[in-house]
Design a protein around this ligand. Structure first.
Ligand SMILES: NC(=O)c1ccc[n+]([C@@H]2O[C@H](COP(=O)([O-])OP(=O)(O)OC[C@H]3O[C@@H](n4cnc5c(N)ncnc54)[C@H](O)[C@@H]3O)[C@@H](O)[C@H]2O)c1
Length: 260
């Protein structure tokens, strides 16, 4: 019989988690370590990366911390030359400038694109090269429900999240013959530092809670089931997809519950 129990394990694999210092990246690093991976916790915030790596080590996992700015091609390509071969890449960092399209400046547009699209591209490219040479690997990129549906003030962010999905599909097509899988995760609303501004505004926070089918926000650990699934052999026939972890946000229009 196939060993079903082992299929979510990632023992012996090295996972590079970029954005591991906070929120979903931090939880993803902890989860992959719990399932057996050696985790490289990477972040532009050195103290935050070290804290995540220390927490993993204190709980019996294998982790190291590194500092990296994923917007720099020279830094990323130098990093991949130094590191052990990477079996799993998780790319989480993104920023949002919540402003009407008509008010977004060129500088703000460039800042969001530079991290969310270019930085993600550089990680996918550099991780994908080594994985293709070795004939295996799993790349997981964080997109969003905003790749599909928008609201006022999300124009540029949403464009980057849709763009990330298209890069995922293209790289999945290019690397499937080389044994490398590439997928995206689309969270709904998750309580992290990225969304602290919303949590501090009860009307806004509750409106988002009530917009999804489950009537609440997610905690970061609730996103990690999808991470370990897509990282492991449990998803060995899954590539080029976006997996929503959104409490049903994209399934419903959310405006009205008819009296039934
Ligand atoms: N939180 C949500 O509700 C939510 C919803 C949908 C999608 N997402 C997506 O999930 C992903 C993770 O979001 P989060 O809420 O955990 O974010 P977060 O802001 O809590 O964490 C992002 C991390 O990325 C790091 N970072 C920023 N710039 C970097 C750079 N140039 N190089 C390396 N690291 C850098 C930050 O220091 C931080 O530790 C993002 O792609 C976001 O768009 C989040």
């Amino acid at each position: 019989m196939y060993n079903y129990e082992a299929m979510f394990r990632v023992d012996g694999k090295t996972a590079l988690v970029v954005g591991a210092g906070s929120g979903i990246g931090e939880a993803s690093a902890q989860c992959l370590a719990a399932f057996g991976a050696k985790v490289i916790c990477a972040d532009i915030n050195q103290a935050a990366a070290e804290q995540t790596a220390n927490t993993i080590s204190e709980n019996g996992g294998q982790a190291q911390a590194i500092t990296i700015d994923m917007r720099s091609e020279s830094a990323i390509s130098a990093l991949f030359k130094q590191l052990d071969p990477i079996d799993i890449l998780i790319s989480t960092p993104s920023i949002n400038v919540r402003k009407p399209m008509l008010d977004i400046t060129e500088e703000e547009f460039s800042r969001v694109i530079d991290l969310n699209l270019k930085g993600t591209f550089l990680l996918m490219k550099n991780a994908g090269k080594g994985m293709a040479e070795r004939g295996s690997g799993s790349i997981i990129v964080f997109s969003s429900i905003r790749s599909q549906v928008v609201e006022p003030g999300q124009g540029v962010y949403a464009a980057t999240k849709a763009g990330a999905v298209q890069m995922v599909r293209a790289l999945a097509a290019e690397l499937a013959p080389k044994g490398v899988r590439v997928n995206a995760i689309g969270p709904g609303v998750v309580e992290t530092p990225l969304t602290a501004q919303i949590k501090n505004s009860p009307d806004w926070y509750n409106a988002y809670a009530n917009r999804n089918a489950m009537g609440r926000w997610a905690q970061p650990h609730e996103i990690t089931g999808a991470v370990v699934y897509l990282a492991s052999d449990a998803s060995s026939y899954v590539t080029g997809t976006i997996m929503f972890v959104d409490g049903g946000w994209t399934a419903i229009d959310g405006r009205f519950a008819p009296p039934l």
